[in-house]
Design a protein around this ligand. Sequence first.
Ligand code: BEZ
Ligand code: FE
Length: 301
Amino acid sequence: MSETNHTNSISGATKPKPQYDPDFTSNVIKATGPKANPRVAKVVGSLIQHLHDFAREVDLTVDEWMMGVNMINRAGQMSNEKRNEGQLLCDVIGLESLVDEITNKQLVGANYEATKTAILGPFFRHGTPPTKNDTSIIKTMPKDGEVTYMHGIIRDAATDEPLQSITIDIWQCSTNGLYEQQDPDQAEFNLRGKLTTDENGYYGLYCLRPVPYPVPYDGPAGELLQLLDRHPYRPAHIHIIAGSDKYSPLTTQIFDKSSKYLENDSVFAVKDDLVVDFVPVQGNAAASLELTLDIKLAKIA
Ligand code: BEZ
Ligand code: FE
């Protein structure tokens, strides 16, 4: 028998690989009815094929499968409007980052480079009140916060033309590693801003230098990290969504060049182009640091 027809048991002895019913998976996929939406039939059919292949490849046992089912159930039970454990489970296995890349490769034009994207993550909130340019998004100042003047110009990725009336949502956690909705000691919408570029494509605000923090690890995603001998930390970052009715909303994050965990982000979101430098600010008494961040957006086709 060939190598691939053997499997290793826990005792280390080699056992012959069992032969499973070769028609089983195609019968399950063929059960899809003619009225199913074609995209749903394609996506779910492929999911069934890959899940069955995976189960056969690792000779998945009922106990192991039940462990996974319990994890998914507990993720659902602990999810609410402040916590999305299902998304977090996907994040720690890199699925949100992969889907983000796939989605954006389809959206962006072939002849030019828009700013790179990164995952949304579970802490975005709709409804952040409008923020005037050059004001602060810090409503609850932490003792160890370093105020940063963050600013830049938003441009059309194809023409470099500065873009007026682009909306920019920005959010970050405080220096304790918690977003405002996770922390009763922070004011509502602390460290969240919703800005609009002026006629020169300019936006500017005062925020904090970001810090590394652990993703929530008191649930199934944390258990999985532990089972895989991994840490839960993300490198210091700020989240951004920029767009308008004419420009595809760009969801991204920028990462502090000097942060720990750039090489081993627990959710695999770091891209070299998104690593930025926080530098001492010159001639601005309101901040100690400055971050210049220009953004390039792709026009909606
Ligand atoms: C975040 O950056 O906010 C985040 C992303 C993925 C999982 C958890 C948190
Ligand atoms: Fe974050």
